[in-house]
Design a protein around this ligand. Sequence first.
Ligand SMILES: Cc1cc2nc3c(=O)[nH]c(=O)nc-3n(C[C@H](O)[C@H](O)[C@H](O)COP(=O)(O)O)c2cc1C
Length: 217
Amino acid sequence: MDLIDVIKKRRSTRRFKPDNVPDDLIKKIIEAAVWAPSACNMQGWRFIIVDDSKLKEKMVDNGGAVIIKSAPVGILVAYDERTGNTEYQDHIQSAAAAIQNLLLAATHYGLGSCWVCQLPLKSRVRKIFGMPKNFSPIAYILLGYSEREPKEVGRIHPFENLIGRNRFNHSSPQQASHSGSFFYRFSRKAYYLLPLFIKKGFLNKFIDKKFVKKFDN
Ligand SMILES: Cc1cc2nc3c(=O)[nH]c(=O)nc-3n(C[C@H](O)[C@H](O)[C@H](O)COP(=O)(O)O)c2cc1C
């Protein structure tokens, strides 16, 4: 497949076959990630392969997305957050570049993947994985063989509306979804502060249902 085909074919997959992913394939995919650009060429990424179901359970029990349990393997991506450029949060940008490489490599090798940021508090993720304080958990990537061919996910905005020349003169600056609203941000903050027993049961399942319903794949 040529690169543009891989880019367009990549879909977020949330339903997987139970089949294990061979270790050498996981490593090939991570190898693609480390060829991403990084601010100051720091290459401060670290990858934790998660195939222990108790750890996945722990992530979910601590407020992570229920779908974490649905993939045979996950990759937790962390990045050294000792950056001078806090204005542009370049450690997150570098990690994101690596993550996109990782997703594209997964597509290239015939695997489904999903970038997940509905995760426990960073302090808790550090504790679960024994991660030092100067590393920031960035995202958790689900990996596995897709249960079925993912449906197409169209682009929301007409392409021409996304491009300006020499100034921000885009014709549709409104939000595509509610996710930046005050209410949404407040609910998310509140969710993190809720006691674990509430998140663990009803609430987590409710959120998961909403997600799975919202996204076909
Ligand atoms: C930063 C980031 C965080 C995401 N977090 C989640 C998540 O927590 N749960 C989830 O199901 N999908 C998550 N996604 C996947 C998006 O929902 C998905 O990319 C979007 O719906 C478009 O679908 P596509 O990836 O198939 O093009 C995330 C994607 C990004 C880039």
